[in-house]
Structure formats: structure tokens, C-alpha cells
Write a protein that binds this ligand. Structure first.
Ligand SMILES: C[S@@+](CC[C@H](N)C(=O)[O-])C[C@H]1O[C@@H](n2cnc3c(N)ncnc32)[C@H](O)[C@@H]1O
Length: 201
């Protein structure tokens, strides 16, 4: 499939990102968008080549969105949920028919999936800065992700701080953790799989 995702690669996307960070530092969580290296790592770990429905939480200016669209098959859907209206308007420049950009909060994930009549996603990717939001809201988001995911589905979160691993453990068990140094700031990628039964490893 030939798609025009160049809007997400414009050099001013870093400036847009920085401006949004200055306006809402807690919500945006980082002064810089993810590096190309991190984008590739996240997308590779997510294993998107055969996925049909994928959700991205906190796409920002769309670096990981763009990398995911390059991997996803033609008949798939990528639902990107973003709370910041400025980021939403940048993401909506994308003409790729697989991408659905929703302006809203990740805490309403199941309601949003229902609105778009999408099936349970096989993968949820999150860049939300869990350490900057209340514990209650963080728990609610993880619970939504866990309930929404299809059996054996994967949840990938990239984070500077470790709080997400504690929140995720109570729903998913222990995460696989990968450190990424080629990013400002260096961070960790966490990956969980939704177990189908208690004895599933
Ligand atoms: C660290 S940035 C990651 C941006 C981008 N994915 C990247 O890798 O460069 C976190 C993003 O999460 C968004 N965000 C924060 N809280 C959110 C929420 N509750 N629901 C949806 N998006 C949220 C922010 O607006 C921001 O775009």
C-alpha cells in the first residue's frame, strides 16, 4: 500500500512537540519526541506484521504512529488516542485510511473502541507518562487496556520511570524489560502479554 505519511516526518514536528511540552509539561511528559531508534524498537517488539487492530495511546506528533503504519498489513486499523488537541490536528493530516485519530483520554479506551466498532486489539502501545498522572487514573488506564486486549494480546509501554511496571504487574504479572539508551532521555520498554488462563506463562 502506498501511503503519504510524510506529514509526520516534517522537521517542525520537534518544534511542535517542544511547544506542547512547554504548555503542558506533566501531560506531555518529555521535551522531545521519541528517537528513530526507539520508534523502531517499540514497533519491532510489538510484532505488528500480522496484526489487524492496534491501539496507540499518546501518539504525540506521530513518530511511532508512522513507524507502526509502515509495518501493519493493508487491511488493519491503527486507533491512536491523544488527549492534546494540537497533536490531534497534526495527526489528522495523515491520509492513511488505516489510521483513526481520536481526541480523548486513554482511560475511556473500551468506550472509544466501541464507538469505532473495532474488535479487541492484539496490541496496545502506550507512551503515556504514567508517573505524571494520579495513581488512580493510571490504574484505570491499565485496567482498560487489560480488559480491552484480545487473549494473548501484547501491551507495550515506553517510560522513563518505573511506576508503570508496578501498575502493570497487578493486572498482567511481570513485564519483559528492555533498556534503550539511544533516546533523550534514555528509557525502558516494558512488554506484557495478556494471559488466557491462570497457568499460562
Ligand atoms: C511522552 S509523549 C509520547 C509522544 C510520542 N508517542 C512519542 O513517542 O514521541 C506522551 C503523550 O501522551 C499524551 N497523553 C498524556 N496523557 C494522555 C491520556 N490520558 N490519554 C491520551 N493521551 C495522553 C500526551 O499528550 C503526549 O502526546
Amino acid at each position: 500500500m502506498i501511503t503519504d505519511n510524510r506529514f509526520l516526518q516534517q522537521s517542525d514536528s520537534r518544534l511542535d512537540f517542544f511547544r506542547c511540552f512547554l504548555q503542558k509539561p506533566q501531560q506531555v511528559g518529555s521535551a522531545f519526541p521519541s528517537s528513530r531508534f526507539l520508534e523502531r524498537r517499540v514497533v519491532t517488539l510489538a510484532g505488528l506484521r500480522k496484526a489487524r487492530t492496534v491501539v496507540e495511546l499518546g501518539p504525540g506528533t506521530g513518530g511511532i504512529t508512522n513507524a507502526a503504519l509502515r509495518e501493519l498489513p493493508p487491511s488493519s486499523n491503527l486507533l491512536s488516542i491523544e488527549i492534546n488537541h494540537r497533536f490531534v490536528s497534526i495527526l489528522r493530516r495523515c491520509s492513511d485510511p488505516r489510521l483513526l485519530v481520536h481526541h480523548g483520554c486513554a482511560a475511556n479506551l473500551r468506550e472509544i473502541l466501541h464507538y469505532y466498532q473495532l474488535p479487541q486489539p492484539e496490541v496496545v502501545i502506550s507512551g503515556i507518562p504514567f508517573s505524571n498522572i494520579s495513581r488512580g487514573k493510571g490504574q484505570r488506564i491499565i485496567e482498560e487496556i487489560h480488559t480491552a486486549l484480545s487473549p494473548n494480546g501484547s501491551f507495550i509501554a515506553y517510560q522513563v520511570r518505573d511506576l508503570v511496571s508496578k501498575l502493570g504487574r497487578s493486572f498482567f504479572g511481570n513485564a519483559e524489560v528492555l533498556r534503550v539508551f539511544c533516546n533523550i532521555p534514555p528509557l525502558r520498554i516494558y512488554r506484557w502479554r495478556k494471559k488466557t488462563c491462570r497457568n499460562d506463562i
